[in-house]
Design a protein around this ligand. Structure first.
Ligand code: SF4
Ligand code: SF4
Length: 381
Protein backbone atom coordinates (compact mmCIF):
# COMPACT_ATOMS: atom_id res chain seq x y z
CA UNK A 1 0.00 0.00 0.00
CA UNK A 2 1.26 3.49 -0.82
CA UNK A 3 2.37 5.65 2.13
CA UNK A 4 -0.44 7.84 3.40
CA UNK A 5 0.11 11.53 4.17
CA UNK A 6 -2.08 13.53 6.51
CA UNK A 7 -2.66 16.90 4.81
CA UNK A 8 -2.91 19.89 7.14
CA UNK A 9 -3.27 22.98 4.98
CA UNK A 10 -2.13 26.26 6.51
CA UNK A 11 -4.34 28.90 4.91
CA UNK A 12 -2.36 31.72 6.49
CA UNK A 13 0.75 30.42 4.75
CA UNK A 14 -1.00 30.70 1.36
CA UNK A 15 -2.04 34.26 2.19
CA UNK A 16 1.48 35.19 3.31
CA UNK A 17 3.10 33.69 0.22
CA UNK A 18 0.75 35.70 -1.95
CA UNK A 19 1.61 38.87 -0.03
CA UNK A 20 5.34 38.12 -0.38
CA UNK A 21 5.16 38.13 -4.20
CA UNK A 22 3.75 34.65 -4.89
CA UNK A 23 0.28 36.00 -5.74
CA UNK A 24 0.04 33.82 -8.89
CA UNK A 25 0.52 30.48 -7.14
CA UNK A 26 -3.11 29.38 -7.56
CA UNK A 27 -2.82 29.60 -11.36
CA UNK A 28 -0.62 26.50 -11.49
CA UNK A 29 -2.32 23.46 -13.08
CA UNK A 30 0.67 21.20 -12.39
CA UNK A 31 1.81 20.53 -15.95
CA UNK A 32 5.46 20.22 -14.78
CA UNK A 33 6.89 22.33 -17.63
CA UNK A 34 8.76 24.35 -15.01
CA UNK A 35 10.57 21.30 -13.63
CA UNK A 36 11.52 20.24 -17.16
CA UNK A 37 12.97 23.60 -18.22
CA UNK A 38 14.73 24.46 -14.95
CA UNK A 39 18.44 24.19 -15.83
CA UNK A 40 19.54 23.20 -12.33
CA UNK A 41 16.74 20.96 -11.18
CA UNK A 42 17.90 17.36 -10.53
CA UNK A 43 16.32 14.38 -12.29
CA UNK A 44 15.37 12.78 -9.00
CA UNK A 45 12.57 14.71 -7.25
CA UNK A 46 12.89 17.79 -9.47
CA UNK A 47 11.67 21.27 -8.53
CA UNK A 48 9.74 23.63 -8.67
CA UNK A 49 6.48 21.81 -9.56
CA UNK A 50 6.32 19.91 -6.27
CA UNK A 51 6.85 23.19 -4.39
CA UNK A 52 4.03 24.81 -6.41
CA UNK A 53 1.69 22.02 -5.28
CA UNK A 54 2.83 22.42 -1.65
CA UNK A 55 2.33 26.19 -1.87
CA UNK A 56 -1.19 25.81 -3.30
CA UNK A 57 -2.12 23.42 -0.50
CA UNK A 58 -0.45 25.49 2.21
CA UNK A 59 1.83 22.60 3.22
CA UNK A 60 4.24 24.44 5.49
CA UNK A 61 6.37 21.40 6.35
CA UNK A 62 6.99 20.71 2.64
CA UNK A 63 8.28 24.26 2.07
CA UNK A 64 10.07 25.49 5.18
CA UNK A 65 13.25 23.46 5.56
CA UNK A 66 13.05 22.33 1.92
CA UNK A 67 16.57 22.29 0.46
CA UNK A 68 15.40 22.69 -3.14
CA UNK A 69 13.75 26.03 -2.43
CA UNK A 70 17.26 27.36 -1.74
CA UNK A 71 18.99 25.71 -4.67
CA UNK A 72 16.77 27.78 -7.00
CA UNK A 73 18.62 30.93 -8.14
CA UNK A 74 15.49 32.71 -9.34
CA UNK A 75 16.68 32.80 -12.92
CA UNK A 76 12.99 32.64 -13.97
CA UNK A 77 13.49 30.28 -16.92
CA UNK A 78 10.56 28.33 -15.45
CA UNK A 79 8.35 31.43 -15.24
CA UNK A 80 9.10 32.33 -18.86
CA UNK A 81 7.87 28.92 -20.03
CA UNK A 82 4.97 28.45 -17.60
CA UNK A 83 1.80 28.20 -19.77
CA UNK A 84 -0.36 29.57 -16.94
CA UNK A 85 1.67 32.62 -15.93
CA UNK A 86 1.99 31.14 -12.43
CA UNK A 87 5.52 32.58 -12.05
CA UNK A 88 7.05 29.67 -10.10
CA UNK A 89 10.32 31.63 -9.77
CA UNK A 90 8.48 34.32 -7.79
CA UNK A 91 6.62 31.72 -5.72
CA UNK A 92 9.90 30.08 -4.67
CA UNK A 93 11.27 33.52 -3.88
CA UNK A 94 8.23 34.13 -1.65
CA UNK A 95 8.84 30.77 0.09
CA UNK A 96 12.44 31.83 0.80
CA UNK A 97 11.24 35.16 2.23
CA UNK A 98 8.73 33.29 4.41
CA UNK A 99 11.41 30.83 5.55
CA UNK A 100 13.83 33.62 6.53
CA UNK A 101 11.04 35.08 8.66
CA UNK A 102 10.28 31.68 10.20
CA UNK A 103 13.93 31.03 11.13
CA UNK A 104 14.49 34.54 12.47
CA UNK A 105 15.73 35.06 15.94
CA UNK A 106 14.33 37.06 17.64
CA UNK A 107 11.12 36.30 15.76
CA UNK A 108 9.70 39.82 16.21
CA UNK A 109 12.65 41.20 14.21
CA UNK A 110 11.87 38.86 11.30
CA UNK A 111 8.18 39.77 11.42
CA UNK A 112 8.96 43.49 11.54
CA UNK A 113 11.41 43.43 8.61
CA UNK A 114 9.01 41.36 6.44
CA UNK A 115 6.09 43.73 7.03
CA UNK A 116 5.76 46.39 4.28
CA UNK A 117 3.76 48.57 6.68
CA UNK A 118 6.72 48.83 9.07
CA UNK A 119 9.36 50.33 6.74
CA UNK A 120 9.09 53.69 8.53
CA UNK A 121 9.87 51.99 11.84
CA UNK A 122 12.98 50.31 10.38
CA UNK A 123 14.33 53.71 9.34
CA UNK A 124 13.00 55.46 12.45
CA UNK A 125 14.90 53.21 14.89
CA UNK A 126 18.44 54.28 13.80
CA UNK A 127 17.35 57.91 13.36
CA UNK A 128 16.05 57.97 16.97
CA UNK A 129 19.16 56.19 18.36
CA UNK A 130 21.55 58.53 16.52
CA UNK A 131 19.67 61.69 17.51
CA UNK A 132 19.60 60.68 21.18
CA UNK A 133 23.31 59.75 21.25
CA UNK A 134 24.44 62.81 19.29
CA UNK A 135 22.23 65.06 21.43
CA UNK A 136 23.61 63.54 24.64
CA UNK A 137 27.18 64.17 23.42
CA UNK A 138 26.41 67.75 22.33
CA UNK A 139 27.05 66.94 18.65
CA UNK A 140 23.75 68.05 17.13
CA UNK A 141 25.27 70.93 15.21
CA UNK A 142 27.36 71.53 12.08
CA UNK A 143 31.01 71.71 13.20
CA UNK A 144 33.20 74.62 12.10
CA UNK A 145 36.38 74.37 10.02
CA UNK A 146 37.63 71.61 7.73
CA UNK A 147 35.01 68.91 7.16
CA UNK A 148 35.83 65.83 9.21
CA UNK A 149 32.95 63.46 9.82
CA UNK A 150 34.50 62.36 13.12
CA UNK A 151 33.96 65.91 14.47
CA UNK A 152 30.21 65.46 13.99
CA UNK A 153 29.81 61.71 14.60
CA UNK A 154 32.79 60.66 16.77
CA UNK A 155 34.45 57.43 15.61
CA UNK A 156 34.15 55.97 19.10
CA UNK A 157 30.40 56.53 18.99
CA UNK A 158 30.18 54.89 15.55
CA UNK A 159 32.06 51.86 16.88
CA UNK A 160 30.03 51.78 20.10
CA UNK A 161 26.96 51.32 17.88
CA UNK A 162 28.32 49.08 15.14
CA UNK A 163 30.46 46.64 17.14
CA UNK A 164 27.53 45.42 19.31
CA UNK A 165 25.41 45.42 16.15
CA UNK A 166 27.92 43.08 14.46
CA UNK A 167 27.72 40.73 17.46
CA UNK A 168 23.91 40.80 17.30
CA UNK A 169 24.03 39.85 13.61
CA UNK A 170 26.34 36.93 14.33
CA UNK A 171 24.12 35.58 17.11
CA UNK A 172 20.93 36.08 15.05
CA UNK A 173 22.46 34.31 12.05
CA UNK A 174 23.89 31.58 14.28
CA UNK A 175 20.45 30.74 15.72
CA UNK A 176 18.65 31.02 12.35
CA UNK A 177 21.17 28.89 10.48
CA UNK A 178 21.27 26.21 13.20
CA UNK A 179 17.48 25.86 12.99
CA UNK A 180 17.61 25.81 9.18
CA UNK A 181 20.38 23.22 8.97
CA UNK A 182 18.63 20.97 11.49
CA UNK A 183 15.42 21.16 9.45
CA UNK A 184 16.93 20.48 6.03
CA UNK A 185 18.85 17.52 7.44
CA UNK A 186 15.73 16.13 9.14
CA UNK A 187 13.66 16.55 5.95
CA UNK A 188 16.38 15.03 3.76
CA UNK A 189 16.48 12.00 6.08
CA UNK A 190 12.69 11.67 6.01
CA UNK A 191 12.69 11.91 2.18
CA UNK A 192 15.43 9.31 1.93
CA UNK A 193 17.61 11.83 0.07
CA UNK A 194 20.32 12.24 2.69
CA UNK A 195 23.16 9.86 1.94
CA UNK A 196 24.50 10.37 5.45
CA UNK A 197 22.69 9.84 8.74
CA UNK A 198 24.92 12.13 10.76
CA UNK A 199 25.39 15.87 10.62
CA UNK A 200 29.11 16.09 11.18
CA UNK A 201 30.08 19.76 11.46
CA UNK A 202 33.84 19.43 10.66
CA UNK A 203 32.90 17.44 7.50
CA UNK A 204 30.24 20.00 6.68
CA UNK A 205 32.82 22.80 6.93
CA UNK A 206 35.20 20.85 4.67
CA UNK A 207 32.36 20.55 2.14
CA UNK A 208 31.87 24.30 2.37
CA UNK A 209 35.41 24.77 1.02
CA UNK A 210 34.59 22.75 -2.09
CA UNK A 211 31.32 24.68 -2.54
CA UNK A 212 33.05 28.06 -2.39
CA UNK A 213 34.29 28.17 -6.04
CA UNK A 214 30.69 27.65 -7.28
CA UNK A 215 29.52 30.53 -5.11
CA UNK A 216 32.39 32.87 -6.00
CA UNK A 217 31.98 32.21 -9.72
CA UNK A 218 28.17 32.25 -9.52
CA UNK A 219 28.38 29.29 -11.92
CA UNK A 220 24.75 28.27 -11.38
CA UNK A 221 23.60 31.60 -12.86
CA UNK A 222 25.41 30.91 -16.11
CA UNK A 223 23.18 27.86 -16.61
CA UNK A 224 20.14 30.14 -16.99
CA UNK A 225 19.01 31.24 -20.43
CA UNK A 226 16.14 33.71 -19.86
CA UNK A 227 17.82 35.99 -17.40
CA UNK A 228 21.54 35.93 -18.07
CA UNK A 229 21.80 39.69 -17.31
CA UNK A 230 21.29 38.94 -13.62
CA UNK A 231 24.71 37.26 -13.54
CA UNK A 232 26.64 40.50 -14.05
CA UNK A 233 24.50 42.45 -11.55
CA UNK A 234 24.93 39.79 -8.87
CA UNK A 235 28.67 39.43 -9.42
CA UNK A 236 29.13 43.22 -9.21
CA UNK A 237 27.10 43.53 -6.02
CA UNK A 238 28.77 40.55 -4.35
CA UNK A 239 32.36 41.59 -5.09
CA UNK A 240 31.64 45.24 -4.22
CA UNK A 241 30.36 44.16 -0.81
CA UNK A 242 33.48 42.01 -0.35
CA UNK A 243 35.61 45.05 -1.28
CA UNK A 244 33.77 47.27 1.22
CA UNK A 245 34.10 44.60 3.90
CA UNK A 246 37.89 44.53 3.35
CA UNK A 247 38.04 48.36 3.43
CA UNK A 248 36.10 48.55 6.72
CA UNK A 249 38.41 46.04 8.38
CA UNK A 250 41.62 47.67 7.10
CA UNK A 251 40.47 51.09 8.34
CA UNK A 252 39.53 49.56 11.69
CA UNK A 253 43.07 48.15 12.05
CA UNK A 254 44.59 51.45 10.82
CA UNK A 255 42.67 53.42 13.43
CA UNK A 256 42.83 51.20 16.51
CA UNK A 257 46.05 49.25 16.04
CA UNK A 258 48.24 51.48 13.88
CA UNK A 259 46.78 54.70 15.29
CA UNK A 260 46.30 56.36 11.86
CA UNK A 261 43.06 58.39 11.98
CA UNK A 262 41.18 59.55 8.83
CA UNK A 263 40.26 61.24 6.60
CA UNK A 264 42.52 59.32 4.22
CA UNK A 265 43.89 60.56 0.90
CA UNK A 266 41.91 59.71 -2.23
CA UNK A 267 45.14 58.16 -3.57
CA UNK A 268 45.42 55.75 -0.63
CA UNK A 269 45.07 52.21 -2.16
CA UNK A 270 42.42 51.24 0.40
CA UNK A 271 40.49 54.42 -0.38
CA UNK A 272 40.74 53.57 -4.10
CA UNK A 273 39.35 50.10 -3.32
CA UNK A 274 36.50 51.77 -1.37
CA UNK A 275 35.67 54.06 -4.31
CA UNK A 276 35.89 51.29 -6.90
CA UNK A 277 33.66 49.07 -4.71
CA UNK A 278 31.18 51.94 -4.29
CA UNK A 279 31.00 52.46 -8.06
CA UNK A 280 30.67 48.68 -8.62
CA UNK A 281 27.82 48.57 -6.11
CA UNK A 282 26.03 51.46 -7.81
CA UNK A 283 26.36 49.91 -11.28
CA UNK A 284 25.31 46.49 -9.91
CA UNK A 285 22.20 47.79 -8.17
CA UNK A 286 21.18 49.92 -11.19
CA UNK A 287 21.50 46.80 -13.37
CA UNK A 288 19.34 44.91 -10.87
CA UNK A 289 16.66 47.61 -11.08
CA UNK A 290 16.78 47.59 -14.88
CA UNK A 291 16.56 43.76 -15.00
CA UNK A 292 13.66 43.69 -12.59
CA UNK A 293 11.76 46.33 -14.55
CA UNK A 294 12.31 44.34 -17.75
CA UNK A 295 11.07 41.17 -16.00
CA UNK A 296 8.01 43.02 -14.79
CA UNK A 297 7.23 44.26 -18.28
CA UNK A 298 7.60 40.76 -19.71
CA UNK A 299 5.46 39.40 -16.83
CA UNK A 300 8.25 36.94 -15.96
CA UNK A 301 8.77 38.24 -12.44
CA UNK A 302 7.09 40.93 -10.43
CA UNK A 303 9.27 40.95 -7.33
CA UNK A 304 7.81 41.98 -4.00
CA UNK A 305 8.51 44.15 -1.00
CA UNK A 306 11.26 41.77 0.12
CA UNK A 307 13.23 42.34 -3.12
CA UNK A 308 12.53 46.03 -3.64
CA UNK A 309 13.21 47.05 -0.02
CA UNK A 310 16.74 45.60 -0.28
CA UNK A 311 17.39 47.20 -3.67
CA UNK A 312 16.26 50.60 -2.35
CA UNK A 313 18.36 50.14 0.79
CA UNK A 314 21.53 49.39 -1.21
CA UNK A 315 20.81 52.26 -3.59
CA UNK A 316 20.32 54.64 -0.64
CA UNK A 317 23.50 53.38 0.97
CA UNK A 318 25.69 53.85 -2.07
CA UNK A 319 24.20 57.21 -3.13
CA UNK A 320 24.47 58.78 0.33
CA UNK A 321 28.01 57.37 0.72
CA UNK A 322 29.09 58.91 -2.59
CA UNK A 323 27.33 62.22 -1.93
CA UNK A 324 28.87 62.46 1.57
CA UNK A 325 32.30 62.22 -0.03
CA UNK A 326 31.55 64.61 -2.89
CA UNK A 327 30.04 67.28 -0.64
CA UNK A 328 33.00 66.91 1.75
CA UNK A 329 35.49 67.36 -1.10
CA UNK A 330 33.45 70.33 -2.37
CA UNK A 331 33.59 71.84 1.17
CA UNK A 332 29.83 72.13 1.70
CA UNK A 333 29.43 71.32 5.42
CA UNK A 334 25.68 72.11 5.44
CA UNK A 335 25.17 69.18 3.04
CA UNK A 336 28.10 66.90 3.89
CA UNK A 337 27.26 66.33 7.58
CA UNK A 338 23.50 65.69 7.13
CA UNK A 339 24.32 63.40 4.17
CA UNK A 340 26.75 61.47 6.36
CA UNK A 341 24.02 61.12 9.01
CA UNK A 342 21.61 59.66 6.44
CA UNK A 343 24.38 57.40 5.13
CA UNK A 344 24.93 55.98 8.63
CA UNK A 345 21.16 55.37 8.92
CA UNK A 346 21.34 53.20 5.76
CA UNK A 347 24.47 51.42 7.03
CA UNK A 348 22.68 50.68 10.31
CA UNK A 349 19.64 49.30 8.46
CA UNK A 350 21.78 47.06 6.27
CA UNK A 351 23.68 45.74 9.30
CA UNK A 352 20.87 45.39 11.82
CA UNK A 353 18.35 43.84 9.43
CA UNK A 354 20.82 41.65 7.52
CA UNK A 355 19.71 38.30 9.08
CA UNK A 356 16.04 39.10 8.35
CA UNK A 357 16.03 40.76 4.93
CA UNK A 358 16.51 39.40 1.41
CA UNK A 359 20.30 39.67 1.77
CA UNK A 360 20.16 36.82 4.32
CA UNK A 361 19.74 34.50 1.31
CA UNK A 362 23.52 34.81 0.85
CA UNK A 363 24.00 32.82 4.04
CA UNK A 364 20.98 30.50 3.77
CA UNK A 365 21.73 29.59 0.14
CA UNK A 366 25.40 28.99 0.97
CA UNK A 367 24.35 26.56 3.70
CA UNK A 368 21.86 24.86 1.36
CA UNK A 369 24.41 24.50 -1.46
CA UNK A 370 26.94 23.11 1.00
CA UNK A 371 24.37 20.66 2.40
CA UNK A 372 23.49 19.50 -1.11
CA UNK A 373 27.12 18.46 -1.60
CA UNK A 374 27.51 17.18 1.95
CA UNK A 375 24.54 14.85 1.42
CA UNK A 376 26.12 13.80 -1.90
CA UNK A 377 23.17 15.06 -3.90
CA UNK A 378 25.58 17.13 -6.00
CA UNK A 379 29.27 16.48 -6.57
CA UNK A 380 31.95 18.79 -5.18
CA UNK A 381 33.92 20.75 -7.79
S1 SF4 B 1 4.04 26.48 -12.34
FE1 SF4 B 1 3.42 26.62 -14.47
S2 SF4 B 1 4.84 25.27 -15.54
FE2 SF4 B 1 4.97 24.74 -13.37
S3 SF4 B 1 3.52 23.09 -13.09
FE3 SF4 B 1 2.44 24.97 -12.63
S4 SF4 B 1 1.45 25.55 -14.52
FE4 SF4 B 1 3.02 24.05 -15.05
S1 SF4 C 1 13.71 30.26 -11.11
FE1 SF4 C 1 15.29 29.24 -12.33
S2 SF4 C 1 16.43 28.00 -10.86
FE2 SF4 C 1 14.49 28.57 -9.89
S3 SF4 C 1 13.14 26.89 -10.31
FE3 SF4 C 1 12.82 28.40 -11.90
S4 SF4 C 1 14.16 27.77 -13.58
FE4 SF4 C 1 14.84 26.70 -11.73
Amino acid sequence: MANSYWVEPDLNLVKELKALGGDTLKRCFQCATCSVVCPISPEEKPFPRKEMIAAQWGLRDKLVGNLDVWLCHQCNDCSAYCPRGARPGDVLNAVRAYSIKEYSWPSWAGTMVANPKRWWLLLGIPVAIFLVLLGAGGHLNIPDGEIEFAKFFPTLLVDAIFIPLTMWIMVAFGVGITRFLTDIHKNALADGRAKREDLNIPDFLRTFVCTLPTILRHSKFSECSTNKDRYLAHILVMYSFIGLFVVTNVFFVALYILDIPGPYSQLNPVKILANVSGIGLLVGVLLMISNRLKDREANVSKGGYFDWSLIILILGLVLTGGLSQLTRLAHVPGLAYPMYFVHLVFVFCLFAYLPFCKLAHLVYRTVAMTYSRYSEREPCE
